[in-house]
Ligand binder design. Structure first.
Ligand SMILES: *[C@@H]1O[C@H](CO)[C@@H](O)[C@H](O)[C@H]1NC(C)=O
Ligand SMILES: [Zn+2]
Length: 451
């Protein structure tokens, strides 16, 4: 009898958890409707059949917009590359101030790219510096880059470190529409990704980097940074350039991108985000793989490569493929106006070719910044592994009838192998090897202490 009573209590507790889930609450809340409110959920529930849902792919590139980085972006986002509606493909640049060449900002803006903020100093955000950084960088991009302030609507914090509720609050106050800082981990390729949503019910997922917003921020968008699976489908990577198993050559890099793309395209058609830094392209195989990947997408008439702000416009007004040609926010008539508006800006500036020494210096600066981001990621993974271990030991200690809560597919995820194979990441871009991380472990463990 006592066992039965206990079971009832436990089941009740579990149902309670389910009912309190913010995403479920939101979906039951009849007032949450686009364009002002969009629930968190792992698939789109629009009255549009999957075949008539466009697969949106959004690219985001972080950090200073240097001349070196711009060369890669100009190649990949060549103005002759068009979406099925006849408009050029677009991307989002999260730009930090230091080392940015603002001529490039203006140039990409005029080509229809989205210009967004990534702080002035690229330092760690806190409740004391956040407001100033978010305000100042918006005005830098406007004044120095010639981008209208009302078109700078996106923010991403350095190192993907949020500062809690103050972040959406202040961003909203400053006229930003969305944040793209919070991370979401896919454990397997087949895991569904969340769609960008409004924080009407706070951040409803696991908080990977604390503190996440807990309160409601009505109508303010969060575009989660959803991890990819590496080319071996083994570990997840927050950034394309942050994989434990970096692809060793062009075919594997291409396959890595295609596999991740297909995990969206062939299933839910949730918008697919490719978040990265330009330093990945210093290895020619990777640049070529990305080039080929984009070419493949361009041949598909149900795939659109658009910036994050355009992705949000679509979510606010979900339009089927068959009507997308007339979808106003994705039209490009305004591009000519952008180009004419400040022709004078560029006329009196010459494009300068970089010397080898300048290229090297920029490369080193970028690498240092990237290494710090990687360190942050290693820290995160360690925390996650610890949580997993704790969950596992809870599972072992639990009575036989309690509901299993062991996460799938984590047998290979020991904190020790994780840490070492992550150290491999720090080395791999400079010194490409196709060696198995296991074999390289000892060598790298000693090397990485010197970075
Ligand atoms: C863009 O594409 C055109 C036509 O294919 C080509 O001539 C041009 O060199 C490309 N520009 C860049 C920067 O790659
Ligand atoms: Zn950054």
């Amino acid at each position: 009898m006592r066992t039965v009573a206990l079971l009832v209590v436990i089941c009740g507790a579990f149902i309670g958890v389910e009912l309190n889930n913010p995403c479920v609450q939101c979906q039951n809340d009849q007032t949450c409707r686009p364009p002002d409110c969009f629930c968190c959920r792992d698939e789109l529930h629009f009255p549009i059949p999957i075949e008539d849902t466009p697969q949106i792919v959004f690219f985001t590139f972080d950090d200073a917009l240097t001349d070196a980085a711009s060369k890669f972006y100009r190649k990949l986002f060549n103005e002759s590359r068009m979406n099925p509606n006849g408009c050029p493909i677009s991307m989002t640049l999260f730009i930090s101030h230091q080392d940015t060449i603002y001529r490039n900002v203006n140039d990409f803006y005029k080509r229809g790219m989205e210009i967004a903020s990534h702080s002035v100093t690229h330092s760690h955000m806190s409740t004391s510096n956040f407001m100033e950084e978010a305000k100042k960088q918006k005005s830098n991009l406007a004044k120095l880059g010639g981008v209208p302030e009302n078109e700078i609507v996106g923010w991403r914090s350095p190192f993907l470190e949020p500062i809690g509720d103050m972040q959406p609050e202040k961003l909203k106050e400053l006229g930003y529409v969305y944040d793209a800082t919070l991370t979401y981990s896919k454990r397997k390729l087949t895991d569904k990704a969340p769609t960008p949503f409004t924080l009407d019910f706070g951040w409803p997922y696991d908080c990977k980097v604390k503190p996440c917003p807990k309160r409601r921020h009505q109508g303010f968008w969060e575009v989660p940074v959803v991890s990819l699976m590496d080319y071996k489908h083994k570990y997840d990577c927050v950034y394309v350039d942050g994989c434990n198993n970096p692809p060793p050559n062009e075919p594997s890099a291409y396959q890595f991108l295609m596999d991740n793309f297909n995990s969206y395209y062939t299933t839910s058609r949730v918008p697919f985000g490719i978040n990265m830094h330009s330093s990945w392209f210093y290895i020619a195989d990777r640049l070529n793989a990305m080039d080929r990947f984009i070419n493949t997408l361009l041949k598909m008439n149900d795939v659109y490569i658009v910036s994050v702000d355009k992705t949000i416009k679509w979510l606010q007004n979900p339009t089927p493929l068959s009507e997308l040609h007339a979808f106003e926010p994705w039209k490009c008539d305004n591009l000519k106006a952008r180009q004419k508006a400040d022709q004078s800006r560029t006329n009196n500036r010459q494009s300068t070719d970089l010397s080898r020494a300048e290229m090297q210096q920029m490369y080193i600066q970028q690498r240092l910044r990237q290494i710090e981001e990687m360190r942050r990621e290693i820290e995160l993974k360690k925390q996650r592994e610890l949580q997993l271990l704790q969950q596992e030991s809870n599972f072992v200690n639990r009575a036989w009838w309690s509901p299993p809560r062991r996460p799938n597919n984590n047998i290979h995820r020991s904190p020790f192998t994780q840490e070492i194979s992550n150290a491999h990441v720090l080395e791999n871009t400079l010194e490409e090897t196709a060696a198995e991380p296991v074999k390289a472990e000892k060598l790298i463990a000693t090397k990485s202490t010197r970075i």
